[in-house]
Design a protein around this ligand. Structure first.
Ligand code: NAD
Ligand code: UFG
Length: 339
């Protein structure tokens, strides 16, 4: 089966490409490299020991997409391409709606034109807003507090509408919790531009000496140690969730909405401790004010993924930190580090 992976050069996409190829799928990567580099593809090629077909293009361009679909019979699309920085989305809402929402509409139009009607979409736990309780079930109400989150909600609805209009579509909406860690080769991983917004890359860069200290955003939440609690999931487990979803795509006769998380929550300070243990490095931190828009606690009930995808996260917090450290210590400057 030939699978088009939009955003396949990015953090989650590159790990998924490795697992897809290892599972025997034929993969084509489509990416405009606005938040990634070709080096990630070179590294993936080394891991899997084969060349990867890459189309450089933008999902908002019918011409770019047409080049792929007219020259390949694509069986399904895994759609990672999108912008993902929450703060930036507040400053540049139109850019986010154009890239994420408009881009997805155009992608689906082109898919339809070429009679490819199977899509797995990267949604996010952010669609649960501030959940009234945890663990979070797929049936919980959804809401969004920023344009990024709203773009995910809109896309979910658009894909549901598409299915209603034509039941030949196969749609799986995967709601990721907090992906962290890296492939255990230490050669691919998360490579944020500039100062990281997310906790794990910030901790990793502090441990490697690139940042002086971590700001812990709030220690007065209603959590065991006062700091925010999240469901961190190893990116390779997350990638495996996509392979399982693809394997079962034809089994489903409705739009599937599925949490991908571990079901366990860890606080910011627990993550700091775990990372210090895995790396043998100190991670200095200071308590700072709460970050606007953050919630106290967010973790998944992952039992539906187990039931319908036969998937569960296998890697614990130690492995997440060890693999994250391997990537960071071997690549202090991300993909700019000479291999
Ligand atoms: P990433 O930025 O590393 O990867 C996204 C890739 O998409 C990049 O390679 C980028 O160059 C590409 N891209 C962006 N816009 C494009 C366009 N218009 N045309 C073609 N390519 C384009 O991000 P990631 O962490 O790998 O996330 C992948 C997906 O998962 C995103 O949709 C993101 O919103 C979603 N997600 C991520 C997280 C997370 O914490 N990392 C959590 C939940 C959901
Ligand atoms: N945090 C700090 N200091 C930092 C960065 C984060 O204390 O420098 C704290 C946050 O306050 C939060 C926790 O670490 O309590 C995790 O924060 P992240 O920014 O790593 O992750 P979020 O849960 O805020 O959001 C991430 C993505 C969203 C996505 C969500 C669920 O950024 O896009 O996970 O998948 F929607």
């Amino acid at each position: 089966m030939k699978i088009l992976v939009t955003g396949g050069a990015g953090y989650i996409g590159s790990h998924t490409v490795v697992l897809l190829i290892e599972a025997g799928y034929e993969v084509i990567v489509f990416d405009n490299f606005c938040n990634s580099s070709r080096e990630s593809i070179n590294r993936v090629e080394k891991i899997v020991g084969q060349k990867i077909t890459v189309f450089e293009g933008d999902i908002r361009s019918r011409d770019d997409l047409g080049k792929v679909f007219s020259s390949n019979k694509i069986d399904a699309v895994i759609h990672f391409a999108g912008l993902k920085a929450v703060g930036e989305s507040v400053e540049q809402p139109l850019r986010y709606y154009d890239n994420n929402v408009n881009g997805t509409v155009i992608l689906c139009e082109v898919m339809e034109k070429y009679n490819c009607k199977s899509i797995i979409f990267s949604s996010s736990a952010t669609v649960y807003g501030d959940p009234h309780t945890t663990p979070i079930l797929e049936s919980f109400p959804t809401s969004a507090t920023n344009p990024y989150g709203r773009s995910k909600l809109f896309i979910e609805e658009i894909l549901r509408d598409l299915y209603v209009s034509d039941n030949d579509w196969k749609v799986i909406l995967l709601r990721y919790f907090n992906p962290v860690g890296a492939h255990n080769s230490g050669t691919i991983g998360e490579d944020p531009n500039g100062i990281p917004n997310n906790l794990m890359p910030f901790i990793a860069q502090t441990a490697v000496g690139k940042r002086e200290y971590l700001s812990v955003f709030g220690d007065d939440y209603d959590t065991p140690d006062g700091t925010g609690v999240r469901d961190y999931i190893h990116v390779v487990d997350l990638a495996q969730g996509h392979v399982n979803a693809l394997d079962r795509l034809d089994d489903f006769s409705e739009v599937m909405t599925i949490n991908l998380g571990t079901g366990k929550g860890y606080s910011v300070l627990e993550m700091v401790k775990a990372f210090e243990k895995a790396s043998g490095k100190k991670v200095p931190y200071k308590i700072a004010p709460r970050r606007a828009g953050d919630i106290a606690t967010c973790f998944a009930d992952p039992s539906y993924a187990k039931e319908v995808l036969d998937w569960e996260a296998k890697r614990g917090i130690e492995e997440m930190c060890e693999d994250g450290w391997l990537w960071q210590s071997q690549n202090p400057d991300g993909y700019l580090t000479k291999s």
